[in-house]
Design a protein around this ligand. Structure first.
Ligand code: NAD
Ligand code: IPM
Ligand code: MN
Length: 351
């Protein structure tokens, strides 16, 4: 029996909708295995701005730091788009949380569910057998450099230290060593100095992994290769902004933005788990959001933060069953609401 004490940050837009569905599934799994579910609900993002005037209240951060396991929906939306800099939900809550907790390794999988292959706009033969993971650097690069305005316009500085590149490269090689033994490092080394250091450092790290193949691709070419021969990839290692963009593209291979979870990890025990999608203001409040990315993120939290492999695998099997039986939301051609998908998966894990 485990006490599942984690920080639950539903956030904005569809965040609370997909969050409720994930909590229903976590409740079902806790009941089944005799665990105690102890989520600590806290405000973040626009919801926190509205309630207490700041995007990352001190008690929210304190809970995240103390529990070390965070399940987050999404932050941001049109209501807060007029805000600038750290007053914004994105720059004032999500980014500092990632930075302060040193969650530098963001893992985003792309392995299309067999039941969803025909939902993707690509031909079946381009999708069968696709199974890669993007290892996205999450606490450096252009997101965290000096930004501002001056008489000439605006600027966003992009910096990477060798140590920052080395530690994420090690994560990528360690992961590849347990998988198909290939790392594809994506950069823009024909133009950017940070990318030149990136490439040199990755080549150096690779010398410690003689069994893992290393290839380099430029990011513009990668956007094309991902659509034409995604089967070639195992672990795609890339910097912060390229990883953000490439993983939204990867979601197209998987049939929907609503099915890709993520884990953001540090060297210690702290982990944050969140879908790769955002707050989806275009469908928020309508019960249309697909909760599967959030439910899979919760499963990853069980596996990686609480060591509960069996429980995580049961949730993943229930998700697969839901997809095979068409128990899905509209983005996948189904007719169920967010809550109905959550309840279906919850009752499936209870069986
Ligand atoms: P988005 O990911 O919210 O939505 C992109 C498209 O995908 C929309 O058409 C949306 O309806 C659809 N979509 C997303 N999630 C879905 C789901 N679960 N089920 C079905 N369809 C889904 O990206 P956006 O519209 O560019 O951004 C909206 C807001 O979200 C912005 O304020 C942005 O900053 C924020 N955002 C937050 C996070 C985060 O908190 N981690 C991530 C991305 C974007
Ligand atoms: C994501 C989001 C965030 C990012 C935004 C909201 C800051 O797009 O998690 O993918 O760019 O990292
Ligand atoms: Mn993104």
């Amino acid at each position: 029996m485990t006490t599942l004490n984690f920080t639950y940050l539903p956030g904005d837009g569809i965040g609370p909708e997909v969050g409720d569905a994930a909590i229903a599934v976590l409740r079902a799994i806790s009941d089944k295995f005799g665990h105690t579910l102890l989520p600590e609900f806290h405000l973040i993002g626009g919801a926190a701005i509205d309630a207490v005037g700041q995007p990352l209240p001190a008690e929210t951060f304190e809970s995240c730091e103390r529990t070390g396991a965070i399940l987050l929906g999404a932050v941001g939306g049109p209501k807060w788009d007029h805000l600038k800099g750290a007053d914004r939900p994105e720059l004032g809550s999500l980014l500092p949380l990632r930075k302060e907790l040193n969650l530098y390794a963001n893992i985003r999988p792309c392995a299309p569910f067999p039941a969803l292959i025909d939902n993707a706009p690509l031909k079946r033969e381009r999708l069968e057998g696709v199974d890669f993971v993007v290892m996205r650097e999450l606490t450096g690069g252009i997101y965290f450099g000096q930004k501002g305005r001056d008489v000439n316009g605006a600027y966003d500085e992009c910096r990477y230290s060798e140590a920052e590149i080395r530690r994420i490269a090690i994560k990528a090689f360690d992961l590849a060593a347990t998988r198909k033994k290939k790392v594809t490092s994506v950069d823009k080394s024909n133009v950017l100095e940070t990318s030149r250091l990136w490439r040199e450092t990755v080549i150096d790290v690779a010398t410690n992994y003689p069994d893992v193949e290393l290839e380099h691709l430029l990011v513009d070419a990668m956007t094309m290769h991902m659509l034409t021969h995604a089967q070639d990839y195992d672990v795609i290692l890339t910097e912060n902004m390229f990883g953000d963009i490439l993983t939204d593209e990867a979601s197209v291979l998987c049939g929907s933005m609503g099915v890709i979870p993520s884990a953001s990890l540090s060297d210690g025990k702290t982990g944050m788990y969140e879908p790769i999608h955002g707050s989806a203001p275009d469908i928020a409040g309508e019960g249309k959001a697909n909760p599967i990315a959030m439910i899979l993120s919760a499963a990853w939290m069980l596996r990686l933060s609480f060591g509960l492999d069996k429980e995580a695998a049961l949730i993943e099997a229930a998700v697969e069953a839901a997809l095979e039986q068409g128990q899905t939301t509209g983005d996948l051609g189904g007719t169920l609401t967010t809550a109905q998908v959550g309840d279906w998966i919850a009752s499936h894990v209870s069986q």
